[in-house]
Design a protein. Structure first.
Length: 257
């Protein structure tokens, strides 16, 4: 889409992603003079222009970071308030968190509050393109379901080989079995701290969340994955009361439940 803004003639992108980030990028390009229509649908049409001009533009809040913090509240049984956030970008995540027994309150148009329930109830999840449940929240939600009161199934339909965090969660005491692209999760009373390895961006966030809820100390290695998608995550969590710090000597992170 970006390349097409300055290309000669008209470009049509079919089977386009409909995520909010695509719409936001199109709005940004239009603010600079691009001619784009159809963003947010599966067909985007771009008419090339000779040049773009400067513009001031405020990007949308990161819905995956917001979802990660909501799950942090759920997995630790903590009340948490988030702002700025666009609730309409988190509809599927909010619905599943409510299914697990927590309350997600829209306090203002750009503010959410999570209030935990008495127990974490099981919920089945199947990832899908927006507005479905985001694949980028699958690992974090699996960490939550590892502590649910019952059994749940998480099915990954968007990306292959995106369940490598299962082995690391099991290392912490989770009871998760794989059947192809499905993870069958039997909730356990608690997780235990352990040395674990982050295998990708969202897996690293899931391990941080699991470490916050686990008994004892968890040491997570492979933080280069985490840093691709979260800015200074440990400081934000510490401001919420987490006991977490980064060991720069070996690029690992320590979480204490």
């Amino acid at each position: 889409m970006m390349a097409a803004t300055l290309a000669d003639g008209e470009t049509i992108i079919e089977n386009a992603a409909q995520e909010p980030e695509v719409v936001d990028l199109a709005n940004f390009c239009r603010a600079m003079g691009a001619k784009i229509r159809g963003a947010g649908t599966n067909t985007i049409t771009i008419a090339g222009v000779p040049r773009l001009h400067a513009a001031d533009y405020g990007i949308i809040p990161d819905r995956i970071e917001a979802g990660t913090f909501l799950v942090a509240g759920a997995i630790t049984g903590s009340e948490i308030s988030l702002s700025p956030v666009l609730p309409e970008h988190l509809t599927a995540v909010i619905a599943k968190l409510r299914e697990t027994g927590g309350k997600v309150l829209v306090e203002e148009p750009n503010r959410l509050r999570y209030v935990p329930g008495d127990v974490i109830k099981p919920a089945d999840v199947q990832t899908g393109p927006f507005p479905g449940f985001p694949t980028d929240m699958q690992a974090q939600f699996m960490a939550l379901m590892a502590l649910c009161n019952g059994n749940s199934v998480i099915t990954e339909t968007v990306f292959e080989n995106r369940l490598r965090h299962v082995a690391e969660l099991n290392r912490m005491g989770a009871d998760i079995r794989l059947n192809g692209s499905c993870a069958i999760i039997k909730g356990v009373p608690y997780l235990s701290g352990a040395p674990v390895m982050a295998t990708d961006l969202r897996a690293s966030a899931a391990l941080v969340l699991a470490g916050l809820a686990a008994r004892g100390t968890t040491v997570i290695q492979g933080l280069h994955h985490l840093d691709r998608g979260y800015e200074d995550l440990e400081s934000k969590l510490c401001r919420l009361g987490a006991n977490i710090h980064r060991r720069t000597s070996d690029v690992s992170q320590v979480c204490t439940g």
